[in-house]
Ligand binder design. Sequence first.
Ligand code: ATP
Ligand code: MG
Length: 583
Amino acid sequence: MIPVRAYFRLFTGYLRPHRPKAVLLSGILLITIVLQLVNPQLIKLFIDDAVAGEPASALVPIAIAFMVVAVIHQLLAVWSTFLAEQIGWSATNQLRADLTDHVLHLDMGFHKSTSPGALIERIDGDVTALSNFFSSMIIKVLGNSALLIGILILLWMETWTVGLAITVLTAGTFLGLFRLHGVTVPWQKDIRATAAELNGFIGEQIDGTEDIEANGATGFMLSRFDAIERKWLPQVVRGWTGWAMMWSASMGLYFASLAIAFTFGSWLFGAGALTLGSVYLVFQYVEMAHRPIEQIREELIDLQKAGASIERVEGLLARQSALVQRDTIVLPDGPLPIRFDGVTFRYDDEAGDEIVLEDVSFDIAPGRVVGLLGRTGSGKSTVARLVTRMYEPQGGAVRIGGSASWDIDIVNLRHRVAMVTQDVQLFRATVRDNLTFFNDSITDAELHDVIHRLELDEWLASLPAGLDSMLESGSGGLSAGQAQLLAFTRVFLRNPGVVVLDEASSRLDPATEALLERAVDHLLENRTAILIAHRLATVSRADDIVILEDGRVIECGERVSLERDPESKFSRLLATGMEEALV
Ligand code: ATP
Ligand code: MG
């Protein structure tokens, strides 16, 4: 059913800043409704005067009044549309912004389990469905109901027989429409659900074009597409049938009412009970009654849609981040110590899900560089995600700068702890915007300075238009190595106390590799670092080594002493050739 409280809260909350405009709009809408009732009266007067043989001097003022009323009515209609759009867009844009802000603060678990398409649908699709609701839905439903009642009263006053007949007919049709509405709404919901499924499917396919083509899976994908379409077609047909049934009902009412008006009108006129003007008036009001009925019907459909949207919007707003802020400690400047205290972690909170990290403990002194080694799937990237607090551990604690990560202000933490991941996300924008994340306060001079300090001038010179070169989204446009260089510059700009480097396992060309090596040297100066290394060259930078296996620490210690100890896993790793052993 319609969640009245949620409606009210959203409605008042988002309309408050626009109250003067909303009041003005309501006033205008009410005036336009009243004006609609006036013109038929003028026509009746005109007809009756004309039939009675009044001179033109008596008729012209009536005609002028009619035109003035009509023009005012049109002007007000334009003005009210303008206001309604303005209020609707301002209120919904605010809601979009609030939802986006909220979603950006949710944990990674939420983002992994919600597809981007679904999020777009919730933040934009659902909110768009609320635009009409914010601006004019309620006043339109009330206003049109008032108009309908006004018309019926005027009909009763003119001739009670027609009034009674039309009232009974209208009431009956409304009851029927409500019934029908209840039946067809679930049909519409089915259509929307399948549409969402289809969009999600298409989005996935476009994303995976390269893999699908390369694996010759096009046929299978098309047949899945076909299956969804097959499911969709009967739903759409049924949905439109429902719509047609409602439309027929309301058209049926319209024609029956006109028939009544004509029959009674001609009969009463013949009997001398009604003037010609009155017959016209009755006919005009009956025809006019059709409009508010249609509008109320449409608004009710909109209201239902808005109800579903409000439920989803409220649900999203009510979703709490798994990252609980308990305190707001601010981290000091300079390199920070990191400590894992018996950390146990699974990606899915539900019991039974695979444990990814089990009782992981290690200690990193400020300014040390730690090489984190382990086979693929051993949990290295997971450690990195816990350090940057993308997730919360289920057991134990991650301590940064001496404080448990959940006690540290999250914005501050994200500022002081930087990560370069295996796949760098690029945005469809210039290199400059990709480096600064669209922060205009960072000047080109600062950028050049940072690039120079990272010794990446050569890289910058190799870009076709320097900082203005356009990049594609995803990882398009740059090689893996170049993307990593860009990511380093991003990190360097923020000057963090902790750097986590999840090295790309792909091999790089020697020139890029040399650039990367030098940049890493600069990046690690005076910072605590965790290097997730796949290459010997990277490991040799580390002061300490931590080796993971199946989510547990199987060895940790100073690199030099581990290297010297022939019994250590690390020295055996080096002996067998790390690059082979770790793949
Ligand atoms: P690689 O060297 O290949 O990068 P890794 O050591 O970084 O491997 P992780 O990415 O930390 O390994 O993954 C550890 C385990 O957690 C794997 O079993 C993986 O399947 C699982 N895992 C990783 N990411 C997720 C996720 N988002 N949701 C659920 N499970 C995940
Ligand atoms: Mg990884």
